[in-house]
Design a protein around this ligand. Structure first.
Ligand code: IPM
Ligand code: MG
Length: 382
């Protein structure tokens, strides 16, 4: 047992040193990239696993239409990136194969289909690896229910918390297992500022800080305290603390839920709460997500690769609106406001006001390609 303890302590020391090095890198300030100065602007598209390639193929049809002029004149380039499949990742034993990572880093922004993550084992999730390697620290997830006056935007911290060492826990066989949660000052301050800046720019006056600081006293305690410190520079924004358990209840409570606007929360709570929020909007198949860093940005659905739909032969009935919304977020992020507004308007018509075709995820509903035809036809009329 003493030997096992010694090995565990060594392991922990290595993790601590690695994390302190990461903190030093975070403390170096970086300037956000200015897309307007890039020519060509390179958008990488990655199919991923399961229903991913289908979703990406259909989303690409919308982008080809919306960015036609820029693509023709060469100021925007859409580049296919292959090689991020589970089979290849497993064969190479790399969460993101080295050559694929290099191809990804040659792009400015990415549109990505879901990738599959095996449970247990040692292969890290490709998502987690990409978020870390590209330093995509803000996971922004909007959810809206216009008929109820709900317009929420979640700022999920995306590079630390329970995820950063999620594949580096330790175990003493037959006795116990431990995972680690890491919250850094620099990591917390930057997600806080991202949420506060968004609130300011969009005229939002309420920020909900969601933690479990009564139990996770060090990590969540720090998160809450530092968000409040950053919020002091935004006097028009009221920052309030909520615990994650009651917040999951509040999202189901019509008497209170329309009062929330912007949320900021550590990684794992953000993962869970945004699935719940997406379900209220119509399901995870309807929700898009932006992973933003200062140098790179990646846009994706909030759901996984749906292996069950593939097994049941239902892949063609998958809902592309998650990735359509992600594409909308990408256009907004790139400053392509005209194209973004058109797509936003078409999605509003096809998903809310007109709903001539509805995707249900089974044979009762429209197929993914049929729904895309519908959105394209709608776009052509705008
Ligand atoms: C998400 C997903 C990922 C996560 C998985 C695929 C690793 O659930 O983007 O929310 O846990 O972050
Ligand atoms: Mg999730």
């Amino acid at each position: 047992m003493n030997e096992q303890i010694r090995l565990a302590v060594n392991h922990f020391e290595n993790l601590l040193r690695q994390q302190l090095e990461r903190v030093s890198r975070l403390e170096e300030t970086s300037q956000p990239i200015d897309y307007a100065t890039l020519s060509p602007l390179v958008i990488g598209v990655i199919g991923g696993d399961g229903i991913g390639p289908l979703l990406v193929k259909q989303t690409r049809r919308l982008l080809d239409f919306l960015l036609q002029d820029e693509l023709d004149e060469g100021s925007v380039l859409i580049r296919n990136i292959d090689g991020l499949t589970l089979a290849r990742r497993q064969k190479l034993g790399q969460a993101v194969p080295q050559d694929t990572l290099e191809a990804i880093k040659d792009c400015h922004v990415l549109l990505k289909g879901p990738t599959e993550t095996p449970k247990g084992g040692s292969l890290e999730s490709a998502n987690v690896t990409l978020r870390r390697e590209l330093d995509l620290y803000a996971n922004v997830r909007p959810v809206s229910l216009p008929q109820e006056g709900i317009d929420w935007t979640f700022f999920r911290e995306n590079t630390e918390g329970e995820y950063v060492l999620g594949s580096s826990g330790l175990e003493i066989d037959g006795k116990l297992a431990m995972d680690f949660k890491v919250t850094t000052d620099a990591g917390t301050r930057r997600i806080a500022r991202a949420a506060l800046e968004f609130a300011r720019k969009n005229g939002k006056t309420k920020l909900a800080i969601v933690t479990k600081a009564n139990i996770m006293k060090k990590t969540d305690g720090k998160f809450s305290r530092l968000v409040h410190e950053e919020a002091a520079a935004y006097p028009e924004i009221e920052a309030d603390d909520w615990y994650i358990d009651i917040m999951t209840a509040n999202l189901l409570n019509p008497a209170i839920r329309d009062s929330f606007q912007v949320f900021v929360l550590p990684n794992l709570y953000g993962d869970i709460l945004t699935d719940e929020a997406a379900q209220l909007q119509g399901g995870v198949g309807t929700a898009g997500s932006a992973n933003l860093g200062d140098r790179y940005a990646m846009f994706e659905a909030i759901h996984g690769s749906a292996p069950r739909m593939i097994e049941e032969g239902l892949a063609d009935y998958c809902n592309p609106s998650s990735l359509f919304r992600a594409a909308w977020m990408m256009l907004v992020h790139l400053g392509k406001q005209g194209a973004a507004d058109r797509l936003g308007r078409a999605l509003e018509i096809c998903l809310e006001s007109e709903k001539r075709l509805v995707v249900t995820g089974d044979r009762q509903g429209a197929r993914c390609d049929q729904f895309t035809d519908y959105v394209l036809e709608t776009l052509q009329q705008l």
